[in-house]
Design a protein around this ligand. Structure first.
Ligand code: SAH
Length: 501
């Protein structure tokens, strides 16, 4: 087996600023070598047994010298592994990707380079600064601010040229040398009034932009305690920020939002929060445990012809049911004679991905709503199969049973995940959480059980958003003040409730 290395540009930080090719390399990797500028959430896309190696360095504090990084990558590839080297921004923009590539070539190791959105361009963009503009700058220059000791005879950087060319200047790794950079430019003739922007953690929820002039920028940076990673943008394009700043205007920009759903269900809310500029912090309070060797489910699937309705109430229920169908060597034709009902649009979407369009999808994501839709359609001859969670509410089965025959089969159980207590308390202490969302009564109960009643004061400063009246009632019972309730029990409405707070 032959190994291979992918040098992948992970983009500037916003999760979605990664190329499709880059994502493919992450999914395929046996080993991922990453540093601190790559968004860590990409690691979640890796294969289950992928090995992660952190080689990050925080400015001068080197974790692993470059030679050692090169060695690790080459050795893993020689073991026949697919190695993805994730680098912030673009691998060839001050990322030493060229050196890594040269070494791989020397060692006869196959490699590919996947470009990324460099922070030099993408970071400015998210700060509302176009790197070129016909009225302001017809060129741009990306310069390292990590200056080696100045050799007066043969300076590393031609300051005179930089000061006099009428293009946008972008310095990377320049915070520590900001004084030198601004002084050199002024000395060589650049106007003291030239606008400068300092952009820290560009494209992330915690992006911070400070504007100043070439003359004052050093003092401003000291006063504002500007730290790496920061981009220094110099030029009149900085002035366009007032008009072109779209990112910091997003409704959830800068907000920390704790999302308490089970891992498998939280992705849609997480994605929406990110799209609106917020920082979703996922807290798994429940985990899904499938009931193994489910002969009851097998029996009912064997008798599926006797049923007139199949009710699926969650994505998990859909997955387990259809997997079992497949395992029994059946396909969707086995369901041709019955009507399929889904609670919630996410459930309906999952059913669709299995090749069936649900016949009935109630407007609200609750059992009551499904019952309302079904009650006039059913007759006592109907026979309903509901494969669902063991600890689900009785309501639906009880009400439907008043009309016709109902068979409930337990296919999974959502169990409390207490292993996360330390992690959750850590987050409650360290992060300033603006919002905490609860999307079901059980997540509220589990959350309180995991952290303990005596730690509830830790969430006093956060606003609690609940998905609906049942969840709110549970929260209040457990002494949690609900700040706002979603208008309807959907993820979209939860997000909307947060947005208009
Ligand atoms: N290859 C990277 C740059 C690596 S050098 C790229 O193409 O973006 C590291 C420097 O890049 C940091 O010191 C900082 O100046 C800049 N940088 C990278 N990502 C950044 C971000 N999200 N926000 C601000 N600066 C960033």
């Amino acid at each position: 087996m032959k190994g291979k290395v992918y040098l992948v540009g992970a983009g500037p930080g916003d999760y979605k600023l990664l190329t499709l090719k880059g994502l493919e390399c992450i999914k395929e990797a046996d080993v991922i070598v990453y540093d601190r500028l790559a968004n860590l959430n990409y690691l979640k896309e890796a294969k289950p047994n992928c090995e992660f190696i952190y080689v990050g360095k925080a400015s001068s504090n080197h974790t692993l010298p470059q030679e050692d990084i090169n060695r690790v990558i080459a050795n893993k590839a020689k073991e026949g592994k697919i190695v993805t080297r994730l680098k912030g921004g673009d691998p060839y923009v001050f990322g030493r990707g060229g050196e890594e590539g040269q070494l791989l070539k020397e060692e006869g190791i196959d490699f590919e380079v996947i470009p990324g959105v460099t922070s030099a361009i993408g970071g400015l963009c998210y700060a509302g600064i176009p790197i070129t503009h016909r009225d302001h700058a017809s060129s741009f220059h990306v310069v390292t601010g990590h200056l080696r000791d100045d050799d007066k005879e043969n300076p590393e950087i031609n300051w005179n040229a930089l000061a006099n060319i009428r293009g946008t200047l972008v310095f990377l790794m320049g915070v520590a040398n900001l004084k030198k950079i601004s002084e050199n430019l002024i000395k060589e003739g650049k106007s003291k009034d030239t606008p400068v922007a300092l952009i820290s953690w560009a494209t992330r929820y915690n992006q911070r932009v400070i504007t100043s002039t070439l003359e004052d920028v050093y003092e401003t940076a000291v006063r504002e305690n500007v730290k790496p990673p920061t981009l220094i943008a110099v030029g009149s394009v900085v002035g366009l920020r007032d008009t072109l700043n779209f990112f910091e205007k997003k409704p959830l920009f800068g907000k920390n939002i704790m999302v308490t759903r089970s891992r498998t269900q939280s992705s849609s809310i997480v994605e929406k929060i990110m799209d609106l500029g917020g920082n979703p912090i996922e807290i798994p309070t429940i985990k899904i445990e499938k009931i193994e060797n489910n002969t009851e489910l097998e029996n009912e699937i064997s008798n599926i012809k006797d049923y007139t309705y199949l009710v699926l109430t969650s994505k998990n229920a859909v997955e387990i049911f259809f997997d079992k169908l497949e395992e029994m060597n059946l396909d969707t034709r086995a369901l041709a004679n019955l009507k399929v009902c889904a609670i919630g649009s996410a459930t309906a979407k999952e059913i669709k991905s299995r090749g069936i369009i649900a016949d009935i999808v109630p407007k609200a994501f609750v059992a009551e709503s499904l019952f309302d839709e079904l009650k006039d359609k059913l007759t006592k001859e109907d026979n309903i199969l509901i494969p669902r969670a063991k600890n689900a509410r009785d309501y639906l089965v009880d009400k439907l049973s008043e009309i016709c025959t109902v068979k409930e089969v337990h296919t999974y159980e959502s169990v409390i995940d207490t292993s996360k207590k330390g992690e959750i308390l850590d987050i409650l202490e360290k992060e300033e959480l603006d919002f905490i969302t609860f999307a079901s009564s059980s997540t509220v109960r589990n959350f309180v059980e995991i952290i303990g009643q005596d730690n509830l004061d830790k969430i006093n400063s956060s606003k609690v958003i609940s998905i609906g009246p049942i969840t709110s009632a549970t929260a209040e019972e457990l002494n949690i003040n609900v700040y706002k309730e979603a208008e309807k029990a959907t993820i979209d409405k939860i997000v909307e409730a947060i947005t208009i707070c």
